[in-house]
Design a protein around this ligand. Sequence first.
Ligand code: BDR
Ligand code: CA
Length: 312
Amino acid sequence: MQRILLDTDPGVDDAQAILMVTAHADTKVEAIFTVGGNVGIEHTTRNALTIVEAIEQDIPVYAGCESAFVFEGEDAAYVHGNDGLGDSSLRPKSRQVEPEFAPTALIRMATAEPDAFTLVAIGPLTNIALALRMDPTLPEKIKRFVVMGGAVTGQGNTSNVAAEFNIFADPEAAYVVFEAWGRSGKLIELVDWEATIRYGIPFERVEAWRKIGSARSKFFDTVSNRSFDRPSLTEGRTKMFAADPLALAVVVEPSCVTHAEDRFVMVETGGMYARGQTIVDWNSRLGKAPNARIILELEAERFYQLFEDGLK
Ligand code: BDR
Ligand code: CA
């Protein structure tokens, strides 16, 4: 059984990812840590509670950092709605957030059971960076670390065109995380925005999922409406992009990956145009040991099937 600690900023595709991971038989999510990102922390925390309550999962939710380390980043309310869940106005009826601060909870759990957990980050890396500053030995205690973030050849999805949202939202935090993981000798498994585009989900398939009729598929339909019904987000596209579910597919079934490359990855924190870019030393010019395993290809059908399984 793979035991997961999930750091997230729900977020429509974060919600979809939680549907997927909680449906997988060999996986158990033991804590959700929220971070400000797609929308503010009050929304992302409330949304995490709404999601676990809606799908009847007994997963504790811990609130983490509300803003980026140094400079405030852009949010992504345009994509996810002002409430972060597609302006669905869903609220938890009774679930409450835990009193402990998320980075503290992460350190506590990892320290109590070293090498027991897969850490998954599908939002800005602020909580993880802070936890690393509080406990630099954190990488040694984590079994696997999977990050949704970056655009490995500079084809991002933010106003800084080379940067992907999760990294651009807090480049200093991402810098701390990539640097620290590199020092530990362990690899971050990186699922980037360009892979998300390569493995977009055909709209015909998504349409069928909307009609499954289960409580989970209805929840998916309610929160994801913007991803398929809003012309400004869908025009000219034939596929739905689902970054966080793609990362969770790699988490729950690593054998679906057919091509990955280990490379040294840096995060640009300055730059006139490139703040928040993930810069990859593709040709090992720096002679540095890799700090990331970049997921380049995977079995698309398995990804789609895992997504569908989460909606039944
Ligand atoms: C990432 O940014 C967020 O908007 C999504 O939730 C995902 O984690 C994609 O770039
Ligand atoms: Ca996210």
